[in-house]
Every structure is written in structure tokens, then in C-alpha cells.
Design a protein around this ligand. Sequence first.
Ligand code: BGC
Length: 865
Amino acid sequence: MRIALVSALAACSSAASAQPIEERAESAHSEPFYPSPWMNSKAIGWEDAYVKAKDFVSQLTLLEKVNLTTGVGWQSEQCVGQVGSIPRMGLRGLCLQDSPLGVRFADYVSAFPSGQTVAASFDRSLMYQRGKAMGQEHKDKGVNVLLGPSAGPLGRHPEGGRNWEGFAADPWLSGVGLAETVKGIQSTGVIACAKHYIVNEQEHFRQGGPNVSDAISSNVDDKTMHELYLWPFVDAVRAGVGSFMCSYNQINNSYGCQNSKLLNGILKSELGFQGFVMSDWAAQHSGVSSAVAGLDMTMPGDVAFNDGKSYWGANMTLAVINGTLPEYRLDDMAMRIMAAFFKMGNEIEQPPINFDSWTKDTQGPMHYYAKQGNQQINWHVNVQRDHRNLIRDVAAKSTVLLKNTKNALPLKSPKFLAVIGEDAGPSPKGPNGCADRGCNSGTLAMGWGSGTADFPYLITPLEALNAKTADEGTRLESVLDNYAWASTKALVSQADVTALVFVNADSGEGYITVDGNEGDRTNLTLWGSGDQLIKNVSSICNNTIVVIHSTGPTVVTEWYDSPNVTAILWAGLPGQESGRSIVDVLYGKVNPAARTPFTWGAKREDYGVDIIYKPNNGAGAPQQDFTEGVMIDYRYFDYKNITPIFEFGFGLSYTTFEYSDIKVEKSGAGKYKPTEGKTTEAPKFGNFSTDLNDYAFPSEKFSYVPYYIYPYLNNTSSAAEASQDPHYGKTAAEFLPPNAVASEAQPLAAAGPAASDEPGGNRQLWDVMQTVTATIKNTGSIVGEEVPQLYVSLGGPQDPPVQLRGFERIRIEPGQSAEFRATLTRRDLSNWDVASQNWVISEHAKTVHVGPSSRKLVLSAPLEF
Ligand code: BGC
């Protein structure tokens, strides 16, 4: 079966595979894809939602449909994003709110561990529970769409400012993180949003900048796109995600929110995504062009924040009336938005939004920017439930034990603990002292930017250690100033001391600069001279235990192998229960099992790629060529044979495990058939008047709020309204790309779902082809959890030496064994073939490996087909 497929495609695919990786970005282009696919009434999982949406949307006026697609403007309502309401039908404006780790800009909410942190748990259930708890809190505040989870950035650059908001520098693990989080969030009725689509890998120039004309272009070839960056987003679609956010950056010199190949072609045709695509905030750069390229909702609605103008709103109303934008496209936007809403089990009547993003005052202006509509805007509802227990558990179970010698850990009623470092204690400014956490002060428990929430409290490591040691009669003293060397020296040179050194490295979103770091880190060293602090302490104290809170790897080369550094823990960004969770691990209440979700290189250059910090294309858009192809993070280290300090997937336990007995069983999945057939014709729901007087602002009904984005026309004289438009007098066909407004049935993508399939892709990509089992034995004396990982070698010259394709976190009693079982799907074993635009299992010999990390692959077996 495989041979037939391969030979049929050999002519095209062999040419592609002969091309050296470094040259691949030359084939980085996004060819146009039109028209924008309309919803499919038969897509599995969406059928009921489709029926409800159709019933609702069919009753809407043109203005009401436009209102669903266009945000009301930055700070015009209570949420970071809000679309217009449809009062006639009883629908209030949908509320869109950050963030991927809790409810942003709200009080009485929980601050969860970051996505990257929970990824380190390698625990699907914890990922799901975290998503669900965040969904509940958003729901209880009146939020309809949670702006997360994130898989863009994926983590091409270790310095990437927002890597911590997502999961891992590996597509498979990120895909699991995204899917479980989506399922958790959506189980509460809140729509999740997979963001930022796509290759939004750095903060510098993401929106352009003072000296460049346009946002950075990530230039990525189609194969790399599919095998690496798209992968986790596919899992989100498959998990039923209701919305996507297109990114600020350009992809192959076409803006993320109007790149028809990525929105129409890949997301909506090939993946068959049925939900809606919203723009990142002010990431839209055109009106009708972005609409026909596949954008469904503009956020926050205004062109630039608070300019009172919109590419859509009134312009969209007019574009439909004058026939530039086909009615079916607007109908499809409204359908997608409402279908996502109904899919999550929502009723039209929604509970009120009980918080305000822009002030904590109880009373205030409903329309904050215009300072109008004074009333109660904050109800101060406590939505935390008992989530603190989950937060503590997730943070502890996500803490990676990177080194443990001389039985340094777990601690057993130590006589004397010296707690060293600013990162152990509180910030003098308080846990929420800097807006959007835009400073690095005190212990680090989340990064900065829109991916944050306000801490309801923050238990510092020092506080929790004090509580623990006081019960056990341990002497504990601390020095929280990284530069107070005399005091630190005096403490750590005393007899019987165990030094716990807390250090950190922070990063965040590019609109805030912290200590010279414009979102992306400027280097991979620890902040506050943390490396020097560790070297100083460990030069004196032979039992120095290091705890790192960070947004990614740091270069630990200068101190990690000192015999005096007896243990190293990476605690990620643990959220509000930071202190208690690290105490659980230090004292062995939780036996560590987490694994690092990225590689720790010996030096920055070892990663092979870097952020573009300075314009590299004159005054034009900076160009970032992804010439390394799929070789990022551990794939690159393996490919170039560079030894990392701690490899991807690495993490220790307080017990030990032994791996044996790998078995592979092939299953009889049938022959792969490219999808054939066509869509329906574009449906239209309802009709609309072409009398411009019907679209005037209804001043008799309510008064105009300044800067608010409305769907109404300012002027009902068509010529005056339209004459400003450079396209005035031209038909759509004259300035839109070919096929942009076509409404006939369109061919289905060969790699995409058939008419009655689940979104995500060709159904057969999820056929199980191989089942791998192995035996894991706990050879130590205490109960522990182990994370066996499955990697495959696909065998081709452009394939990473190994790539993750499975894992499980298994609890095993001492002396006992457990079976690890993982399945490999067709997708797991395929490469993307550019020529046939489909997945192909290559003829290269393939191997499967199982082990405790990406470089300790103790079991291997050939795969037979
Ligand atoms: C960020 C998004 C965020 C949005 C709304 C943007 O700047 O990139 O991640 O959801 O703002 O706050």
C-alpha cells in the first residue's frame, strides 16, 4: 500500500527532498487561495451548532450581521474585545478576554501556572483540568471567548518573549497541550481561541516599528509549515476549538490576517475549520481584502486603537450593499461566530459581564474611552473556587529536577537553610505592582504582557519555606538582595548550611520593555546577576541547591556541573502558589517527574537561530528566513550533533526506573485515499435592503458614543459615502484576486476532511498504524511517576534524527512495573509532500524509540509496514 502511494508521487517528492534544508526558505511563498470556504453543515461535531446558527443568522439584518463581526473599539466596552450586540434578538455583545493563564484585568481570579509550565508536567489530565478551571473563571465573569491557548510562538528562539504563554518547543507536545486546554476551556461553555496563527516567533517588529514600513515577515516553506508550526493548530481544530486568532506578523510577506493561503487554504479548506478567525488586536490591514482572505472578526474593531475608524463596521455594511463583498461571505462570518457560540452549549441570553477591564472602581463609565454611561461596572465576583489546590498541584508536578547529587533532595528536616536571592521573596511593589507584570521584582511567577492575570495573592518561596521550617525546628535565614554579597557570604559560610538559591529570567510581550528587553530576551543569562550569585554561593557552600524561575532556558554552563551545586530545579512560571508548590517538591511530598519542554544549550549560538533585533531589510519589512526548516530546539541539536546540557524531555525523580521489553504491533490500516469531491455552493441566509436610508444611525433610539465602532453609515448618500474609496466605481473582480468572490461549489482538499468528517484533516491521518508497548519498572524504594517518551526516526535526509510522537505520565509503586502503551497514527509517520499537497509515508526505513528523554532512548525497534 505504502509503496504504491510513494511511487505515484515519487517524481515530485524526490525533487523536494533533494533540496538542502538551508535553501528551503527560497520556496517560502503563500500562493493565493480563493474563495473563502463557507461552513459545512455536515462537519462532525458542528451539525447541531450549524442548525442553530442558521436559524439565528437567517433572522438577522445586514447591520446585525456586521455587528457580530466588528469589535466596538478599544476600551469602548468592558472586555479587551467586544463585538456589537443584537438587542432585538436578546444577544448582548460577546466578550473576548485574555489570557492563557487566567482572567486578565479582573479581580478575585486565580493566577495559574503558565502554559509552558504545565507542558513540563507531560500530564494530559493536568493540562485539561487547568483549562477547565480557567474556563470556569472566565465563564463566571461573563466572558464568552478566552483568548488562549497559544501555540504561536512555538519556540523557534529560546529568547522569544512569549514562548511561556504556549507550551513547548515541540509540535507534538504543544499539540497535546493545545488540545487538552481547548477541551477543558470549552467544557465550561467558553469558546477557546487558538493563537497566534502563525509563525509569530518573535516580538521585535511583530507590528513593524518606527524605522520599518511593515511587520516582520516569517518566511517559511510549506513542508516546514505543515510538519512543524501548523501541527499543534491541527490538534486544536481536531479538539473542536471555536476560534482562531491570526497573528501580527507577515507570513511570506503577506499579513497573517489576510494571507489567503493560510486562512482560506490551510485553515478552512485543508483543516476544515468551522469556527471563526479573529484578528489579533489591530493586526488587520485591509477591509474587503481581509474578508475574502478568510478573516471573520476584526478586533478590537478600530483601525488603530481609539481612532474611531474601522476597516469593517460601516465599510462592511456598504461593501455588501454595493456588491463588493458577496453577501455569503458576511453570512458565513456570522454563521461561524454563532456556530462556535452554540457548539459550546450557550443560549442567546447570556449572563451579564460583571467586571471591567479598565478600572477596578465599582462605579464608572461603561464606555471607558468615551467616559460615558456611568453605572456599576464591577461586581467584584470571586470566581476562584478551590482552584488554588489545582494550581499548587500543577506547579509542583511541573517542576523539573535537572540535577540531584549527594542525596541533596528531598530535604529531610535540614538543620539550617540559607535562602538566597531576590527571586525567593516578595516584590516591594506588591505582586501586581507593575501593569501587566511589566517589571521583574521579587519572585517570578508569570511573564509580562497580555498573557497575564492579577494575582489574588502570591505565596513566595520564602514564605512557604518559613511555614514549613517553623514546624520542624529548622533554622532559616534569608538574604533577598542578589548584590548583598557580604551578608550572603556571612550566612553561607557557616557550618551545616544548605543554601537554596532562587534565580530567574523574565520575558514578555513586546509592548512593554523591561530592563532593555523589548519582549524578547536580549540574552540567555539569569537576571540580577543570578549566575554570579550562584557561583559565589557555590564557591563557599558545598550544598548549594538552585531553583530557576524562567520563561525558557538559560545558559547554566558556568556553574551547573560544580560539585557544590548539588541540585537544580526548573520551576517555570508557577503562578500564585509558587512557594507551596516548590516546598512540596523540595521536601518530597511530590516526587518530581516533570520534563523540560525545551533544550538547555551550553551557549546561545548552539540553537542555530536567533531573534532579529535590528532591521535587516532597510526600511522594508524585516525578513526572517526559516532556513533551518523543521530543525529547531532538540531536532537541531541532534541534527548538528551538538551536546546540550539538559536535553528536551529530560527530568529526574527521587526514585529510579528501568525500561525493557519494547514491542511493536502493526495494525491493518487501509490504503490512504486523498479526499475527493466538492463543497456545496455558498449558502446565503436571509436578504437585505439596498436602500441606504435603512442604514442610517438610529439617533431616535440611542445616542452616539464617540469612538464607538458602529455598523451604521455616517451618510446615506451613496456617492458621497463611496467617493472617498480608491476603488470607487470598480467592481470586485477588478481589484480582488481571481475567484475571491466565487460562490460555486469548490473542490475539497486532498489532505482535508470529506464532507461528513470531523474537522482537522483527512480522516485517515488518524488511523492507528502501529502500537508500541514497553515495560517500566520502579527500581527505587519510593513511589514515583515516570514519563516514558516515544520518538520516531522517519529516516529521510531532511527528517530530524528523532521526533516526539507519544508520552504518558505513569505512577508506579516501588518494585512494581507498568506498561507504557502508545499508538502511532498515519499522521505521526508521514511527511508533508508539497507537490501533491498531502501527507505521504516515505520509503525510508523507520525506527521507534522509547526512553526517559530525547537523548536517553534506551529501547528501539524497527517499524514494519
Ligand atoms: C496580543 C494578544 C491578545 C490581544 C488582546 C495582543 O496584543 O498579541 O495575544 O490576546 O492583544 O489583549
